[in-house]
Write a protein that binds this ligand. Structure first.
Ligand SMILES: [Zn+2]
Length: 387
């Protein structure tokens, strides 16, 4: 087993400071914009203390991505170590911002998802700075906003941030190596009818009946999706209808009906493909209801799938690092969605902590596992210098 000399007390101090700094994502609630601001300030201070070259983007009002660059000699790949600054909420959580260590674990909101990842990156930089190994490429450590809502931070970083060759994202995977996950599209479909008094329904057009035709067509589309060839990592694509709204009262023929749908995509499927399929579903519904008027709105969430090649150098480097550090390398699909596809370069998700812990009311992470993650990242970065 190969590992590096890790400063555990510094690691615990860094992570504790992060847990003490609330960064709850309020899901776009305007009055609480800037939810990650204090955490971005703290992370910038921590990156500055390492002597890194600092960058930042204000992505949304009061909400910024921050990063630090450790410069290499200039003739190697630029590697991003990325994590999100925000956490989920704390309703019902007792002492979420009071970090404490018990039985080798550290507790608090964000400990696992994913402030441990950010703290791990700081230690990786310290190890690289202490080591004699010459760094040819740059290493960039970034904290991005809004992962828990719409991933505005990573999307912006991928489009406007520094040029990258490879990225590692420390979402909790129990150190499994994830090169793929499904994408997610959420959108509203709306049928429009003609209001009339319900005593004379024939004088109106019932938008709820019309939505019924759309639902029937969607259900057979969902069955078709399930029967499609599965992606070897992610399985089959899917569709679920989660919400329906329509009409005002029982005595009126409803002039509108809306549904919200969740379409999970697999590698190889684009948003444009999905939209074309949904238009075809509406056309199919029109065969039974020719006067159907149905609009498909622009998705209110559109997250791409992750699809990094097994043969990518970053995958190989993380696999080799994992073998060297923990003696195994389990390659799987990440069960949720993440920032990873947004960085516009081959990206691997691998981090300490259990996803089951993430959004719980008693969040914790194993300190030993964070240390293993630190050794894996350092090992992989050093291997990528030999490209
Ligand atoms: Zn996360």
């Amino acid at each position: 087993m190969s590992s590096f000399d890790i400063d555990r007390s510094q690691l615990v101090a860094d992570l504790s400071a992060m847990i003490r700094t609330p960064s709850v994502n309020t899901f776009g609630v305007e009055s609480e914009a800037g939810a990650e601001a204090a955490m971005a300030d703290l992370f910038e201070t921590q990156l500055r203390a390492l002597g890194l070259e600092i960058g930042a983007h204000e992505v949304l009002k009061g909400r910024r991505n921050v990063w630090g660059r450790l410069k290499g000699t200039g003739d190697g790949p630029t590697i991003l170590l990325a994590g999100h600054l925000d956490t989920v909420g704390v309703d019902g959580y007792c002492g979420p911002f009071e970090p404490h260590v018990k039985n080798g674990n550290i507790y608090g909101r964000g400990a696992c998802d994913m402030k441990a990842g950010l703290a791990a990156y700081l230690e990786v930089i310290r190890i690289l700075q202490r080591s004699d190994a010459a760094l040819r490429g740059d290493v960039i450590v970034a904290g991005v906003i809004d992962e828990e809502h719409a991933m505005a931070g990573s999307t912006y970083f991928g489009q406007h941030g520094p040029q990258l060759d490879f990225a590692i994202v420390a979402e909790p995977t129990q150190l499994e190596i994830c090169r793929a996950h499904k994408g997610q599209m959420l959108m509203t479909l709306r049928t429009t009818g003609l209001a009339a008094h319900s005593s004379m329904p024939q004088s109106g057009r019932n938008a709820i009946y019309h939505m019924g035709a759309v639902l029937t067509a969607l259900q057979s589309y969902a069955d078709d999706l399930r029967a499609r060839p599965a992606d070897p990592m992610c399985g089959a694509p899917s569709l679920s209808v989660g919400v329906i709204r329509g009409g005002d009262n029982a005595c009126s023929v409803p002039d509108f009906c809306e549904i919200d749908i969740d379409r999970r995509t697999i590698p190889g499927e684009s948003s444009a493909d999905v939209m074309a399929e949904l238009y075809a579903v509406v056309e199919q519904a029109k065969q039974s209801v020719p006067e159907l008027e149905c609009v498909i709105e622009t998705p209110f969430l559109d997250l791409p799938p992750l699809d990094t090649a097994e043969t990518s150098p970053v995958m190989q480097a993380v696999i080799n690092a994992s073998m060297a550090v923990i003696g195994k390398s389990d390659v799987t699909a990440f069960p949720g969605s993440s920032d990873a596809p947004n960085f516009a370069c081959p990206t691997v998700i691998c981090g300490a902590g259990d996803l089951a812990q993430c959004h719980s009311l008693n969040e914790y992470i194993s300190i030993v596992q964070i240390e293993e993650a630190i050794s894996i990242y350092t090992h992989a970065i050093l291997e990528l210098q030999t490209l």
